[in-house]
Design a protein around this ligand. Sequence first.
Ligand code: GLN
Length: 307
Amino acid sequence: MTETDDLQAFLNDLDRQMHIKGDWGTPARYIPELADIDPAQFAISVALADGRVLSSGSAQKRFSIQSVSKVFTLAVALGRIGDQLWTRVGREPSGTSFDSIVLLEREQGRPRNPFINAGALVTTDAMLEGRMPQDALAELIQFLRAACEDDDIHIDKDVARSEAATAHRNTALVHYLLSHGNLHNAPELTLGTYVHQCAIAMTTQQLARAGRMLAGLPDAPRLISARRARRINALMMTCGHYDGSGDFAYRVGLPGKSGVGGGILIIAPGKASIAVWSPGLNHYGNSQVGTEAAQRLGQFTGWSVFG
Ligand code: GLN
């Protein structure tokens, strides 16, 4: 048996184990379109350095990538304005939930990092600057299609509409940012762009392929420099799971970015890009079974960056 055969057998077994365990968590309730999804679902895909993508579970099923999109808007925003972004948003873990507003008041409207909602809204605002939302979103979708070499990536308009109709906290955040001079576009334009980026739908196979550039895999399209990939990975490790980032680093030992759709993108630098999906969330708002599966995969492969 080759190493790849071993890994495929492990992934098949992982899918079985996760269904047997049956402790799925709860889907995001505050976005109506996501609230009724059956939590008893699981998918995992692993893009390897040899170009193969191994999967198990519902790896062809599209899900709402939600906050996983923040990794890609960060890459696009840094591509447009470079390090200037860091005058508007920090690079420190927040220790607060993804939609928290508390630190924003204490720190004069400069969000702690680009992965909490406040910081992601600033990043989206920077990506948007000087153009129409549809143009910024077209660039983002194009970037994702190029990253995974697959044009079949789209925005789920129903999810976007559903989130926009109930985006009370994010509306508060954009106005708070504006009051501190840290929003350059009209609040409804930045927020509209943000809910659409969050509503991008992808399969785990597509997401794993999109992450190859961050893992520095040989077959990844060269869309960002190695230095930028390293830095984005550092932010994913320290901030990618909000107030659950320490716990994810402890359990999995790899940079990861979660979304309330139940997806997690996980990067094993030089080795693999992994996407896992299961829509039930733990109390941090991160995929419950996705985290468990990532932990088991980390143990099986020994890919932890901590040795
Ligand atoms: N669109 C979601 C929100 O802003 C994204 C949050 C998440 O995935 N953690 O609430």
